[in-house]
Ligand binder design. Structure first.
Ligand code: ADP
Ligand code: MG
Length: 397
């Protein structure tokens, strides 16, 4: 059984809330606040119930030491705007400044700790190092609330070890994520179509095997398509490609052929000489990407074919943008997929930080979809049926 915050007596207690506020930041401003919005319900409930709330999160991948480039300051500012209350950001994570801020915390007050990954103990593989940092985090609070769904697949100090040290519960976001994602682990309505894309191919590649077992059709766009095309003997020019993935991709193509599950790759691409908006770009066939050009979006023929598959589906899982949606000339593929989802009667589940950001940037309201997960890797691993350390640790008899 997973306790929720409704099972915790929080009034007058200091509650450490692990959120995933790892949002895109550009020039000191948050460019997509989806994950901050998703964290509000739990934070607001705790504040209203008289808790002293200590919010913690990671941002980006600093190297285990303070790095102003990865300060949570822009996130604290946006959280404060959205809550309509002051949010004090400590200058450190568990150091003297954090300790002083927490000591001064009153019921209904809120403190944010600086980036968890400024401390090497957060992500350490060494249990003792991680444990020592978790001790410091736990010393700040009376209770722990896990609400950072995007990080629950990580065995990190703030996700896993701290829950062993404090009475704990899941926040509303984690509860909602688990409820929605569970619809893709059992009694799935068929046809079940999986759409994969994005650029963090290595992180996602492992999941493809189990998705092939579950799905009726897999559509692959984004940079994810390139190792598959190369495995089929095509050249992909200057496109983003990790050569080490080609062999794995070939293995998945073979597995899918045995299982009779079509893996549908793009038949055309929008290519350009560089990842930029103001350069000449053109549509080419997938087997004719010029050597000096890179595929930056699926082409219009592919977009139409993916959209048609989506319209026939009863369940759709989508992870990873179809192209470099941040630049207008390469946003069409992601837009076509999103738009097909809004037209279809399928239950759609969308995962991935950038995929969510793409929906917001392209003007699609989250309410137009079944569920928009704040997790990328976490939602994939959940669907694969893996044990997620940050959820397992919340289970009590
Ligand atoms: P998510 O966060 O949704 O899991 P990823 O982090 O894997 O997605 O990938 C998102 C990024 O992928 C976006 O920044 C987008 O610009 C990039 N991308 C998509 N298609 C391509 C492509 N063909 N070439 C290079 N980058 C791409
Ligand atoms: Mg991403």
């Amino acid at each position: 059984m997973m306790k929720t915050i409704d099972d915790l007596a929080v009034a007058g207690r200091r509650v450490l809330v692990r959120d995933d506020l790892n949002v895109p930041v550009d020039g000191g401003r948050v460019t997509d606040d989806g994950r901050i919005l998703a964290a509000l319900t739990t934070v607001t409930a705790l504040l209203d119930r008289g808790a002293g709330v200590i919010v913690c999160s990671h941002l980006g991948r600093p190297k285990g030491e303070p790095d102003p480039k990865y300060s949570l300051a822009p996130v604290a500012a946006r959280l404060s705007e959205l809550l309509g209350r002051p949010v004090e950001l400590a200058a450190d994570t568990v150091g003297p400044d954090a300790q002083a801020a927490v000591a001064a915390l009153r019921p209904g007050g809120l403190v944010m700790l600086e980036n968890l990954r400024f401390e090497a103990g957060e992500t350490s593989k060494d249990d003792a190092l991680r444990g020592a940092f978790a001790d410091q985090l736990a010393a700040l609070a009376d209770l722990y609330v896990a609400d950072g769904f995007g990080a629950v697949h990580r065995k990190h100090a703030s996700v896993y070890d701290v829950a062993l040290r404090l009475p704990h519960a899941a926040g509303y976001l984690v509860q909602a994520e688990v409820a929605a994602l569970s619809r893709l682990t059992a009694d799935i309505r068929h046809p079940y179509v999986v759409v994969l894309g994005g650029a963090k191919v290595a992180d996602k590649f492992e999941a493809i095997g189990s998705l092939i077992s579950a799905a009726d059709r897999i559509l692959i766009g984004g940079a994810m398509a390139f190792p598959f095309l190369v495995a089929q003997g095509h050249k992909v020019g200057a496109s983003l490609l990790e050569a080490s993935q080609v062999e794995l991709a070939g293995g998945y193509l073979a597995q899918a052929a045995r299982d009779g599950v079509p893996i549908v790759l793009p038949s055309d691409f929008i290519v350009a000489p560089e990842r930029a908006a103001g350069v000449p770009h053109q549509v080419v066939a997938a087997d004719a990407i010029p050597a000096d050009q890179m595929g930056l979006d699926i082409g219009p023929e592919t977009a139409r074919s993916f959209a048609a598959s989506i319209r026939e589906a009863s369940t759709v899982f989508w992870n990873g943008p179809m192209g470099v949606f941040e630049l207008a000339p390469y946003a069409g593929g992601s837009s076509a997929v999103a738009s097909a989802l809004t037209d279809s009667g399928a239950f759609s589940l969308i995962g991935g930080g950038d995929t969510g950001a793409a929906l917001h940037a392209l003007g699609f309201p989250e309410s137009a979809f079944g569920y928009v997960s704040t997790g990328g890797g976490a939602s994939l691993e959940f669907i694969e049926g893996k044990t997620l350390p940050g959820l397992a640790v919340l289970q009590d008899e």
